[in-house]
Design a protein around this ligand. Structure first.
Ligand code: B12
Length: 192
């Protein structure tokens, strides 16, 4: 088993200590952080599939998520180190939409944006669509990012878009809506 496989296994097992140690070994091996995150994301997807097949249950999914979060925190310095370009690029407001507490993907996006020179305002998770747009107006954001991981919460992304496109609203912001299966680029009037 490769060191990267060991890391993915430790995260899937929810073994925080082993996962953080294994992440350091993989970084020391010279594996690019992007490759590492892609492997971990596949591991989390597999966890989701096992959960859907009822082979594992919520506690296991939660411990895997905790291990993934711990690894991301440990990897942050390496990600910043591997960033090549840090010119100021713009302001992003990002949140996970109302009713949704999945934040790991959003947090990865934040790190990626920050290391590439964006100023990011993270509103956390379970955030109302109108609050997201209001915050974007308040900080004069160039981009809004709205994350949703569940079919039940994806309509909230549409709400953000509709508010952006609504009459008298901040209809001039581009909006990236994020989910593994449904990236969409939205034009400056909020249309997909
Ligand atoms: C970890 C996890 C949890 C953790 C979340 C912990 C946390 N703090 O984030 C916990 C255990 C709390 C959890 C709870 C639940 N979960 Co859950 N969870 C997952 C799991 C296994 C992994 C998600 C993850 O972190 N992936 C790793 C990251 C890196 O990948 P990612 O999120 O896809 O992010 C990438 C892209 O999507 C994208 N991206 C993400 N956001 C954004 C935003 C922008 C702007 C952009 C540009 C890109 C972008 O970039 C990221 C990096 O590449 C998924 C399975 C899956 N297939 O996704 C299920 C999954 C999302 N969960 C699911 C469910 C059902 C639930 C629960 C309802 C379970 C329950 N019975 O209670 C609750 C809901 C709680 C709530 N109200 O939100 C279902 C959703 C099914 C559906 N069709 O809607 C899934 C798909 C599992 C499944 N197959 O059944 N979950």
């Amino acid at each position: 088993m490769s060191n990267l496989d060991n890391l993915v296994k430790a995260v899937m097992d929810g073994d925080v200590t082993t996962a953080v140690q294994a992440a350091q070994v993989v970084v020391d091996d010279g594996v690019p952080v992007g490759t590492l995150i892609a492997a971990l994301t596949d591991g989390m997807r597999e966890i989701g599939e096992q959960f859907a097949r009822m082979e594992i249950f919520l506690p296991e999914m939660m411990t895997a998520a905790q291990a993934m979060k711990a690894v991301l925190k440990a990897l942050e310095p390496a990600m910043k180190e591997q960033a090549t370009e840090v010119q100021a690029k713009g302001v992003v407001v990002i949140a996970t939409v109302e009713g949704d507490m999945h934040e790991i993907g959003k947090d990865i996006v934040i790190i990626m944006l920050e290391v590439h020179g964006f100023e990011v305002h993270d509103m956390g998770f379970n955030v109302n669509a109108l609050d997201i747009v209001n915050e974007a107006v308040k900080v004069n954001a160039d981009i809004i990012g709205a994350s949703a991981l569940m079919t039940t919460t994806m309509p909230q992304q549409k709400d953000v878009i509709e508010i952006l496109g609504g009459e008298g609203s901040a209809g001039s912001l581009p909006c990236d809506i994020g989910r593994r299966a449904s990236y969409q680029r939205v034009d400056r009037r909020g249309r997909c």
